[in-house]
Design a protein around this ligand. Structure first.
Ligand code: IMP
Ligand code: MG
Length: 181
């Protein structure tokens, strides 16, 4: 089994690069079917979702544009319970069909917070696509993603954009913290 170590913690390969590619294709097909005659704006939630965003965009056979926002709620392996908007959304989304591209929805506080910001900018529609979600942890009903690549149990993951103190994003697979319990 492939393992990596960060900060003295062991992580085991959990979703391989090949499986991620398949998940991205599946999600892209579902989105393409719903947005066939539209030109959505994909808002990438930096930094975690940048890998998913670029792969997803290339898998989408529809016209779409990109925008970014930098939100932060995690520190290390746990949520701070607060969302920081480090770099706000600069793009005008009024009357646009918006798809927020997120790496993972955990408690949902990030999406709950960002949806409030989006609403004030008056887009035509808003949907959320998340590569992963941890449904057992969801605390905000309005944060539930419209498209999910894969649901996972409560695990801390790194790789393919997911970080631990800003490292490990460049691992091609997703790794999960080993449960020693
Ligand atoms: P939420 O706000 O609690 O839903 O958490 C969502 C944000 O926390 C995501 O955008 C990630 O940046 C981060 N996050 C949640 N779970 C993990 C994880 O397992 N690994 C790395 N980052 C995570
Ligand atoms: Mg994030």
């Amino acid at each position: 089994m492939k393992t990596v170590t960060y900060e003295g913690m062991t992580f085991d390969e959990y979703i391989s690069a090949g499986e991620i590619a398949q998940i991205v294709q599946d999600v892209a097909q579902r989105i393409a079917a719903d947005y066939r005659d539209k030109q959505p704006v994909l808002i990438c939630v930096l930094h975690g979702a940048m890998f998913f965003l670029t792969d997803l965009m290339r898998a989408l056979p529809i016209d779409c544009s990109v925008a970014t926002v930098h939100l932060q709620s995690y520190d290390g392996t746990s949520s701070t319970g607060q969302v920081r908007e480090n770099v706000p959304l600069q793009t005008d989304i009024r009357d646009k069909d918006v798809i927020v591209v997120e790496d993972i929805v955990d408690s949902g506080i990030t999406m709950h917070y960002f949806k409030q910001i989006l609403r004030s900018r008056q887009p035509r529609t808003v949907k959320v696509v998340s590569l992963l979600s941890k449904p057992s942890e969801l605390q905000y009903e309005d944060a539930k993603p419209d498209y999910v690549g894969r649901e996972i149990p409560k695990k801390f993951v790194i790789g393919y954009g997911f970080d631990i103190h800003d490292l490990a994003r460049n691992l091609p697979s997703i790794y999960a913290l080993r449960d020693n319990g």
